[in-house]
Design a protein around this ligand. Sequence first.
Ligand SMILES: Nc1ncnc2c1ncn2[C@@H]1O[C@H](COP(=O)(O)OP(=O)(O)OP(=O)(O)O)[C@@H](O)[C@H]1O
Length: 248
Amino acid sequence: MKTVSIRDLSVSFGAVKVLHDVCFDVRPGECFGLVGESGSGKSTILRCGSLLNGKWEGEVRIGEDSVRDMSLRDRCRTLQMVFQDPYGSLHPRHSIRTALEEGLRVNRIGDREDRMAAAMRDVGLPVEFLDRYPHQLSGGQRQRVAIARALILEPDVLFLDEPTSALDVSVQAEVLNLLVRLQAEKGFTYLMVSHDLAVVDHMCDRFAIMQHGRIVEVLPREAITQGGATQPYAQELIAASLEYEKAV
Ligand SMILES: Nc1ncnc2c1ncn2[C@@H]1O[C@H](COP(=O)(O)OP(=O)(O)OP(=O)(O)O)[C@@H](O)[C@H]1O
């Protein structure tokens, strides 16, 4: 199990600075949430940490290693990302087999058929689905494939960017429970963006509340239901979310 350590992460797009010296640590085996208003910089943290965006200042370490110093292969085997929209992240003309095999091939890993079958079983999908295409699966099944593709390389850390927000409410719970089970079985460290404090309450040990590219407060999960936030914006966000829960 590995720590994710983010120090003084700053990012600008043109003249606009969207992250300001962001610092936090995700403990080994922990699920750490990032919440906050739209545009506050949550996804940008994941995109920088995974080097999808390489233009930033500061330091991101996984365990002892800076992500910038890792080879592409080491990075893929240390850190994987699951996106919000599984339809967008799976190639429409590639079978599920092709999607899963790619990472194994690039990383020159053998036993591919066995590993792909194991990954499908891990995410609760029939092995026969390897021969299907993304449009032949439901949204929840596609997200399971995206998770299988992430875990097949046996990474230490998963970055999850709103992994269930594109799914039906009934399917959301299934995928969240799958992520909880996989974390317990495989000891993943999760860094997860969500706009939904109910999801954070279900999944996360701790979470950071963000506003305008800064961390306002880092809180334990219990702060959602039992209070404890000290910063006014964090208190407002939690109160608004509880009001919303009551109303629906
Ligand atoms: N490639 C880019 N070019 C220019 N601006 C960008 C780019 N990516 C993100 N931004 C800007 O950076 C800011 C942070 O965006 P980010 O996607 O990280 O926010 P977020 O908190 O994840 O929002 P949401 O909850 O809506 O997904 C926003 O103002 C956004 O418009």
